[in-house]
Every structure is written in structure tokens, then in C-alpha cells.
Design a protein around this ligand. Structure first.
Ligand code: ZN
Length: 199
């Protein structure tokens, strides 16, 4: 139906989350209509982000160097680590301005049914950070979903075994159950963080 290059663009666009076939087609025709400079700016932005952005060597947040902005910031409390599933969760928590510690990004949540086991996440790396001895509290801020809760329990147990002196806390209830952290508003998330409880 389309020339192969157009079909290729539609196929690639339709792989994006939330973009169905019809939207992909509309976006493709938009890109065909705009001038070359505008269309290639999008291609360049994608290329640049893939070439320049990697994972922080300490916390696995997104970083444009070996360490992310937060790990490189001396004013952030290194004794307090907030464990989240994805880099987008770091943004959500930063927006609350309630947290002055550092982060640890797992890269997902445990889900044996989908084949996601502890070794597929940055869990061993978290234990290694805790075992270095400079950590006072681990705040578990995985999503209030089934997989997020299972991950929280697993990590709480693991940290307790590895470092019994480290406090392990979980965000207070009040977050919408079953929803992802990134959809919680700043006030709710800020309150959940302030009211975190031991697990
Ligand atoms: Zn970092």
C-alpha cells in the first residue's frame, strides 16, 4: 500500500508505547509533510539521546557521564538510599522536593511469570552498596502494584539479612493502589515519602 520507506517509518512509529497503527500513520504523514530540517531534528534527537545517555555507574539512573547528577552532588545524603523501579520514578520523587538522599534504580520489578528474576534487576548492586557500610536507611519506593510489592518484600528481606543495622522503610499508603508512581501527584507522593514506615 505504501512505498517501502513510508511503511518502514509507520512500522517503527507503531512500536512506540501508546501509538497504534492509525496514530503511527498520522505521525508518518506529518513527518512527510514538514520540511527536511524539522523532520531530521527528531531523528537527531533520538540518535543523540541513544549515543550520549547511559546508566550511572553507582545508582543506574540515566546519566550523560559515568555518574548521574544526583550521585555527583555532594550535598545529597549518601546514607539514605531510595530504591525505585525506573529512572522516570526518580523524576517523580525529585518533583516532591521531599527527598535529599540518593537513589538506586532497579530497572524493573520482580515478575517470575514474565521471567524477571532477582538477577535481571540491579538488586545485587544494591546489596553491595548497603554492604559498604555507609548506609543508614533504605527507602523502598517501588510501585504499589503486585510486582512492586513483591519486589519491596524481597529487597526488605535481603537488606535485613545483609545489613541488620540498616533501617528499611516503605512509602506510606495513600498512593493509588495498582498505579505507577509516575502518575501520583507531587503532594500525595511527598506525603507518602514523609510518612514512610518500617517494613
Ligand atoms: Zn547515580
Amino acid at each position: 500500500m505504501y512505498a517501502p520507506p513510508v511503511q518502514r517509518l509507520i512500522t517503527e512509529l507503531s512500536r512506540l508505547p501508546g501509538v497504534g497503527g492509525r496514530t503511527a500513520q498520522r505521525l508518518a504523514f506529518h513527518l512527510l509533510r514538514v520540511n527536511e530540517e524539522e523532520a531530521l531534528a527528531l531523528a537527531d534527537a533520538i540518535r543523540e539521546v541513544k549515543q550520549r545517555i547511559g546508566l550511572c555507574e553507582v545508582c543506574f539512573n540515566l546519566a550523560d557521564g559515568p555518574r548521574c547528577r544526583i550521585c555527583a552532588d555532594e550535598r545529597r545524603d549518601p546514607e539514605l538510599i531510595c530504591v525505585v523501579e525506573e529512572p522516570s520514578d526518580v523524576i517523580s520523587i525529585e518533583r516532591t522536593h521531599e527527598f535529599r538522599g540518593r537513589y538506586h534504580v532497579l530497572g524493573g520489578a520482580l515478575s517470575p511469570i514474565d521471567g524477571i528474576d532477582p538477577e535481571d534487576l540491579k538488586i545485587a548492586e544494591l546489596y553491595a552498596r548497603v554492604a559498604e557500610g555507609a548506609v543508614r536507611e533504605v527507602v523502598i519506593a517501588t510501585n504499589p502494584t503486585t510486582t512492586g510489592e513483591a519486589t519491596a518484600l524481597h529487597i526488605a528481606e535481603g537488606v535485613r539479612t545483609q545489613a541488620p543495622d540498616v533501617a528499611v522503610t516503605r512509602l506510606a499508603s495513600g498512593l493509588p493502589v495498582g498505579a505507577d508512581l509516575e502518575y501520583a501527584d507531587e503532594l500525595t507522593l511527598g506525603r507518602a515519602l514523609a510518612g514512610r514506615r518500617a517494613v
